[in-house]
Ligand binder design. Structure first.
Ligand code: DOR
Ligand code: ZN
Length: 368
């Protein structure tokens, strides 16, 4: 391996949103384009995926859209989810269950409010070797002093308690953003792991305040929090790995404008910006560029392949690798669904997504 190429075993993204309908058609093939062979896909569709049959139909659809990628399915933790359905799901190849606290992010209106009521489901998951994926934030609540900046650290006691009650249940704290979360996962046992997104390795609060392209949940935190994320990746800790949380939203939902909303009144009521950062098509070159920027390029293979695959018991196929080459490349400013021609005049009607790092330079590219 020279200084200008890097070969790593088959990369996997253990947290990605691939949506449905036209959006899926556009984004599912981007996973392979970003250098990823295996994608663990989130269930927050509309309506959410709550049964084994739904999950399998969804994975089959993604597989048709992007035959080169292996997709793994999940269920959305929900009051109607029964231990029997967990067993059925596990037997049919569904690998995990994702928990969203109610109302904290995109399509989380059906999210959970109390974990103890799910103990029978967790028990069945533990028995069937399924993974529990936790969106680790509690809902904002002014009376309790909870806001987006401490929503993750205030969640950690829930993680500890679930782990104490189900020590053999494999749990992933998703998209950690704080030093407190990193310390907590490190302290807990072998069955608790943590995904870290590339964007949280790059951003701090200042980068999303007023900039919709960098706004996601959980929000990026303080410089010391980002330093903790970088340190744990630089260390190559075996229970921390890539889950991109790549989460596409149409341009019009990230940047609602007065003209698209029609009236000043509509704007006042609907001007919120959708939470989500899109990285799928550039994922591996982005990870290499960022890890190199903070002196962790030698840990790239652990971050994007080895650690996650070990935890999920999904070893890379023998000899399957991806090679990156050191070349400057500019990230496109927008991805457009192929059914809309570039020259078609009405931009507002096209399905367009602005990726993370749009217009910026990556220092690595995939060797074709
Ligand atoms: O920013 C986010 N976007 N965070 C999530 O947890 C969900 C995701 C989405 O689905 O858009
Ligand atoms: Zn997510």
């Amino acid at each position: 391996m020279g200084n200008d190429t890097l070969t790593i075993p088959s990369p996997a993204d253990f947290h990605v949103h691939l949506r449905q309908g036209e959006m899926s058609e556009l984004v599912a093939p981007h996973v392979a384009e970003g250098g990823i062979d295996l994608a663990y896909v989130m269930p927050n569709l509309v309506p959410p995926i709550t049964s084994a049959d739904q999950a399998n139909a969804y994975i089959q659809r993604l597989q048709e859209l992007a035959p080169k990628t292996k997709f793994l399915g999940t269920l959305y933790l929900h009051p109607e989810l029964t231990p029997e359905e967990i067993q059925r799901a596990a037997a049919s190849g569904v690998r995990g269950v994702k928990s969203y606290p109610r109302g904290v992010t995109t399509n989380s209106d059906s999210g959970i409010e109390d974990y103890e009521m799910y103990y029978p489901v967790f028990e069945a998951m533990q028995k069937n070797n399924m993974v529990l994926n936790l969106h680790g934030e509690v809902p904002s609540d002014e009376e309790k002093g909870i806001c987006v900046l401490n929503a993750e650290s205030r969640f950690l006691s829930h993680l500890e308690k679930i782990h104490q009650n189900f020590p053999k249940l494999r749990i992933v704290l998703e998209h950690a953003t704080t030093r407190a979360a990193v310390d907590c996962v490190r302290r807990l046992g072998e069955t608790v792991a943590c995904t870290i997104t590339p964007h949280h390795l790059d951003l701090i609060v200042d980068d999303w305040a007023g900039r919709p392209i960098n706004f996601c949940k959980p929000v990026a935190k303080l410089p010391d929090d980002r330093a903790a994320l970088r340190e744990i990746i630089r260390e190559g800790h075996p229970r921390f790995f890539l889950g991109s949380d790549s989460a596409p939203h149409p341009l019009a939902n990230k940047y609602p404008s007065a003209s698209s909303l029609g009236s000043a009144e509509a704007l006042v009521h609907n001007c919120g910006c959708a939470a989500g950062i899109y990285t799928s098509p550039i994922l591996l070159p982005l990870c290499a560029t960022l890890l190199e920027s903070f002196g962790a390029l030698d840990q790239l293979s652990k971050y994007v392949s080895e650690n996650g695959r070990r935890f999920y018991q999904e070893p890379a196929a023998n000899g399957k690798t991806v090679t990156l080459r050191r070349v400057n490349q500019q990230v496109p400013c927008v991805y457009v669904h192929p059914s809309y021609s570039a020259s078609s005049d009405d931009d507002s009607k096209k399905l367009q997504i602005v990726p993370f790092f749009a217009g910026k330079t990556l220092t690595w590219e995939l060797e074709q």
